[in-house]
Design a protein around this ligand. Structure first.
Ligand SMILES: Nc1nc2c(ncn2[C@@H]2O[C@H](COP(=O)(O)OP(=O)(O)OP(=O)(O)O)[C@@H](O)[C@H]2O)c(=O)[nH]1
Length: 191
């Protein structure tokens, strides 16, 4: 499930991952929830992921999220590095998540729009610090350039596969270590 303030790039991140393209141009806010599927090959095993792309707008999200949180196995919580308010709201999102989501939900914090060099107002270290405080894996992404998008979703898929299969001889998958493969920078301009 992708969550975070309106406009942080949830839909774009998902479309970049699913279709390899960037939705440039006018911004159409998600209303309610959108579902998209993708089958990933994770270490030779097919993992079918169903993504729930939620609306960030307060007026549409009130009431709906609590219902979906309960069934979500993983949450990607996004803020926009060029929007301070979206970062400041992360704590409120985390409170909501702790209230409604499953205790063992896989959670990852993503600072999106890392390509926005001139407009950046949230430093990478601030994202890192917040993530550390809450014990959540963190990386910066860009739906525009594609930076770390595959890595973020693959990390989630690997963790979910690991949890659901529990193969006896398989070494434990460590999500916190895996996200260290993150590429630093803007990723510009691969799109
Ligand atoms: N520069 C830049 N712009 C982005 C990026 N991701 C999204 N955008 C732009 O940000 C705007 C909002 O993107 P969406 O993906 O629709 O945002 P959302 O979080 O799904 O918004 P809601 O549906 O309202 O919750 C669009 O104009 C996108 O083109 C990114 O990585 N870099």
């Amino acid at each position: 499930m992708l969550v975070g303030d309106s406009g942080v790039g949830k839909t774009c991140l998902l479309v970049r991952f699913k279709d390899g393209a960037f939705l440039a141009g006018s911004f159409i806010s998600t209303v309610g929830i959108d579902f998209r599927n993708k089958v990933l090959n994770v270490d030779g095993v097919k993992v079918k992921l169903q993504f729930w792309d939620t609306a960030g707008q307060e007026r549409v999200r009130r009431g709906t999220h609590s219902y979906y949180y309960r069934d979500a196995h993983a949450l990607l919580l996004l803020y926009d590095v060029a929007n301070k308010a979206s970062f400041d709201n992360i704590q409120a999102w985390l409170t909501e998540i702790h209230e409604y989501a499953q205790q063992d939900v896989v959670l990852m914090l993503l600072g999106n729009k890392a390509d926005s060099t001139q407009d950046r107002v949230v430093k990478r270290e601030d994202g890192e610090k917040l993530a550390k405080e809450y014990g959540v894996p963190f990386m910066e992404t860009s739906a525009k350039s594609g930076l770390n998008v595959d890595l973020a979703f693959t990390a989630i898929a690997k963790e979910l596969k690991h949890r659901s299969m529990k193969l006896p001889n398989e070494p434990k998958f460590k999500l916190h270590d895996y996200v260290k493969k993150e590429v630093r920078g803007t990723g510009c301009c691969k799109s």
